[in-house]
Ligand binder design. Structure first.
Ligand code: PMP
Length: 369
């Protein structure tokens, strides 16, 4: 199997899986319980918050666990009202949360063909009514790394009370996520993107704005901003996975893979358009569009050879992808975007084989249309 869909989800690290099972077996008490067995489980949560807090230059009391980055994004966005700024290339859990939020107006900052946000447009759209901003840090479809530090400086220089949230789901563990350096107030993340368990998300919330957060789930408020019995096995495994991801030292290797596949595709397959930028882009993601190809057909042809990728141009209700539309991609490429996303388990030999299957599949599809 050649698994090139790591931006969709990653395989759990063995260490994380073992930690998960150990907590399930040996520390299964309810962490809210008053007895010492419960406190053991609670301490595992505290230790994990401490680790994540230290990693992002925050305090443990500023880290909250949720069921997913989707929940984190919803909580962040639905806690505020007034006028918001965001973009059209956000993950759907941000884009659609805004549609169902309390904001009276949502302004979309324009972007270039690589997904970089336009700073002049940001300056134009900032006014005294703006209360909240949400931007994606690493774009999940194309890999573009937004210059959050620069954008947040523009925003905070205009009005330091504007709350800035970023969706760092494809960033945490892979690129530097220091909340003070970035100048942000909230940050969402998700354990299954860095080889941790699924259905375990998190939200960093700066102390000074915590009083403004409105929980979506009411109940025991175990995580203050969310309710429901906490999940110590997943939380502890999340911390173990994040530490391993951070210490993996794989960035250079992944970048090598990305550059290698990019070049193979450029050199060997005609009429392609590489959507992911070369600079300021996550090496974990490579989005490529092939002219006159239906990505879904190509995806299934790759799958026949046990090569798993994602379609970067998944349409909804017959429309073109929102992201590709916002990037202004030429129509002939619109249907044919494929996202390759890497992990350290991938080798160059895997990519040689992927290229071979990709090339023959594309030639076959192009022959029949
Ligand atoms: N934001 C981004 C950028 C993502 O890539 C994803 C997952 N595809 C999410 C949010 C949602 O994460 P989760 O699966 O934890 O809800």
């Amino acid at each position: 199997m050649i698994y090139l869909d790591n931006a969709a989800t990653t395989k759990m690290y063995d260490e994380a899986l073992e930690a998960y099972m150990d907590v399930c077996k040996n520390h299964f008490a309810n962490p809210s319980a008053l007895h010492s067995f419960g406190m053991e489980a609670e301490n595992l949560i505290k230790d994990t918050k401490k680790y994540i807090g230290k990693l992002i230059s925050a305090n443990e009391a500023e880290i909250f666990f949720t069921k997913s980055a989707t929940e984190s994004n919803n909580i962040a966005i639905k806690s505020f009202e007034g006028v918001a700024l965001t973009s059209k290339i956000e993950h759907s859990s941000v884009f659609n949360s805004f549609k169902n939020s309390n904001f009276k107006e949502i302004r979309y900052i324009s972007n270039d063909k690589y997904g970089f946000l336009n700073e002049d447009d940001l300056k134009d759209k900032l006014d005294n009514e703006v209360t909240f901003v949400s931007f994606i840090y690493v774009n999940n479809e194309i890999g573009t790394i937004q210059d959050i530090k620069k954008l947040s400086k523009i925003i905070k220089d205009f009005n330091k009370d504007i709350v800035i949230h970023i969706d760092a789901t494809q960033a945490l563990g892979k690129i530097h996520c220091d909340v003070n350096e970035l100048g942000i107030d909230m940050m969402s993340f998700s354990a299954h993107k860095f080889h941790g368990p699924k259905q375990l998300g998190g939200l960093y919330i700066r102390k000074s704005i915590q009083g403004k957060i409105r929980p979506i789930l009411d109940g025991g408020y175990q995580e203050v901003i969310s309710s429901g019995t906490n999940n110590p096995p997943a939380i502890y495994a999340c911390g173990i996975a994040l530490k391993k991801q951070v210490e993996s030292n794989e960035y250079k290797y992944i970048k090598g893979l990305n550059t290698y596949l990019r070049k193979l595709i450029e050199d060997k397959i005609m009429d392609t358009y590489i959507i992911s930028p070369i600079e300021s882009s996550s090496p974990y993601i490579l989005d490529v569009a092939f002219a006159n190809i239906k990505s879904e057909v190509l995806l299934h042809m790759l799958e026949e050879e046990k090569i798993y990728v994602s379609s970067g141009s998944a349409c909804s209700k017959g429309d073109y992808s929102r992201i590709l539309t916002a990037l202004g991609i030429d129509k002939k490429y619109m249907d044919g975007a494929i996202r390759f996303s890497f992990s350290s388990e991938i080798t160059r030999k895997d990519l040689d084989y992927t290229l071979k299957v990709l090339k023959s599949s594309i030639e076959m599809i192009r022959m029949v249309i």
